[in-house]
Design a binder for this molecule. Sequence first.
Ligand SMILES: Cc1cc2nc3c(=O)[nH]c(=O)nc-3n(C[C@H](O)[C@H](O)[C@H](O)COP(=O)(O)OP(=O)(O)OC[C@H]3O[C@@H](n4cnc5c(N)ncnc54)[C@H](O)[C@@H]3O)c2cc1C
Length: 434
Amino acid sequence: MTNDQRSTTDDSSTPHVVILGAGFGGVGAVLELRDAPVRITILDKHDYHTFQPLLYQVATQELDPTEVGYPVRDLLHRHNNVVFHKCEVNSVDLAKKQVVVDGMSPLDYDYLVLALGAIVNYHGTPGAAEHALPLYTMNDAIRLHDHILKTLEAVDKEPKLIDDGALSFCIIGGGPTGTELAGAMADLLHTELKADYPNLPIDEARVIVYEHSPHLLAPFKPKLRDYARKALEERGVEVQTESGVAEVGAKEITLASGEKVKTHTLVWAAGLQANPIAASLGIELAPGGHVPVGPDLQIKDHPGAFAIGDIASTTEAESGKPLPGLAAVALQAGHYVGKAITHIIAGKEVKPFKYHDKGTMAQVGRGAAVVELPKGGTLTGRVAWLAWLGIHLHLLSSAEEKTSVFVDWGWNLLTHKRGKRIILSDEDHEESNS
Ligand SMILES: Cc1cc2nc3c(=O)[nH]c(=O)nc-3n(C[C@H](O)[C@H](O)[C@H](O)COP(=O)(O)OP(=O)(O)OC[C@H]3O[C@@H](n4cnc5c(N)ncnc54)[C@H](O)[C@@H]3O)c2cc1C
């Protein structure tokens, strides 16, 4: 009998846990439950776990996609109670305790872990959905990676494109994603790409970050925001705060002030909303379409159905504070839910979820980062970058994954070499943008 048959057999008296999403939340839950007395079915539309915090490194050719996407099936070897299916989840019927999936019969569950993450939010900005490049999935990162190279190839053939804004790389959003991407793009353009395209006036290339609030990295302490801004500016990044984008076109953006900026590249790093599957639950959702949960991360009036990570609106029981959309929050919630399910099955008490804050951080270019420690301390520069590295390695799921990423990072750092700078898809997805 295969794993598949074992886990999907209806007549088993073993409780069936269905985990939707193999991101940080889903992986945390499966790691906790894979030796528990349950049958687990985990579903994801990709056959790999995406390490989102490093997507910008794929986009800027520091890491290859296979170093940031980890095969889900590798996590399940030697665990007979788990089956994985690569498939699209369409809806969840909380009343029937059933999940509707593309290409499969509806799946009944005893326990549900809803961990489908978030999607990009363009806040209704005209033209953004058509022309902006988001950075939330592996495909987004590969698309941006290819777009940068295709743009440079085009300008190398036709230098007049520079007057049309082809070397202006614009980023909307000065939160951690926009800040990290800006630093990495500036490093990329002014080092390797300068060498790859000796005939291009790469020094004329601009990286511009637009942030509608007065500060980059708004949730961080003022000292860290100032450090990040200075570190970006030293790398040649132009930072425009209190500057929002009103409209996005194929070759031009219009700022809230009315000013028009010619560009062929507009990266959207300015907001997320909960996965729209949340709307299929038929419950009242929190702002941003998030699923409200109680202190034990269960959905009100639906015992056994848990929502975690970026799809959920989670308030820490002890402090009453809303928890941020971070990988560590989702991963810890996944582990918590795994334990909670085994406790419920064993008739034991389930204590409220408590998040253990290990600090918030952002990288602002090679060897520079800002870190805000849980008790209020701060780190900047190379020490902060090493802390950033350690925390991110800690988030990786398996020893093999940690080793491989560590070796690649270490090698890139020592040799100042990047991933392979080749166009990965010759399909011209972004024809209208370049
Ligand atoms: C660019 C970027 C940088 C970030 N940097 C950091 C950082 O430095 N530190 C940090 O702590 N956090 C960071 N985050 C946030 C962090 O990655 C998220 O908070 C975390 O991934 C949330 O985990 P999750 O399990 O809720 O969702 P996800 O990790 O997004 O997982 C959701 C999973 O659901 C799957 N899925 C979605 N819809 C469907 C469907 N309909 N059917 C089937 N499968 C589906 C997806 O394929 C995905 O695998 C970053 C996020 C981004 C986008």
